[in-house]
Design a protein. Sequence first.
Length: 275
Amino acid sequence: MNKAKIIVVCGPTATGKTSYAIKLAKEINGEVISADSRQVYTGINLLSGKVTKKEAGKIPHHLIDVINPKKQFSVTDFQKLGKQKIQEIITRGKTPIICGGTGLYIDALVYDTVLPDVPPNKKLRIQLTAKSSAELFAVLSKLDPTRAQSIDAHNPVRLIRAIEIATALGKVPKIKKSSPYDVEWIYLDFPDDILKARINTRLLERIKAGMLREAKKLHDSGVSYKRMNELGLECRTCAKYLQKKITKQELINELNNDIWHYVKRQRTWFKKFAK
């Protein structure tokens, strides 16, 4: 039996993955499935660099705006919905194009990974919640150095979950590299200096377009500063700005730095495609 064809457009942030996927979808009669851990949330648009209706044009985009940011959305949730969307797109006679930079999401979907069934360890979580992100990262680095390479070192929710899994299983299981699909991988990247400039330009454009107003609106809608911190990157840094913990220039500097660290983690995850 022939495997269904899917295309994955992946790589670090600010490399033009979305525009590439849209152009490709127009050429091959495809539909786009977003693989971004923040774009699944409603109200996080400029904060996540979400595609606009104008940019998307007539190309359908899936797994964007599927859940309230007050709620948790797991890799398992993404995998389940993503598999459904792939099948729906194929049934319509079109080609699914997975587009994004969240490596864990992409691998879970492409390789149909059986994710570890580790129930929450309440006692362990109470102990870990008292620790800072730096302390949590140090714990994970000792338990599972490989997972530590690709995780957001500032995201306590993900760090605690990774520690929980590593504690129960010894380490986070490696992903099997066989897929139920015929996968074509397209990796996009730029040299460091060019990508850093693109990241800065994109960030300033989003701030000018109202990213800080969006962050305030998000908080005013009931999303706590603690939750914004958990959501990471732009949400985390804008929460600090709204609480007057940092200036606007400090926000720009911090985000450029944090996004660059994120790029390094993305490259680590997608290193099999990097030249």
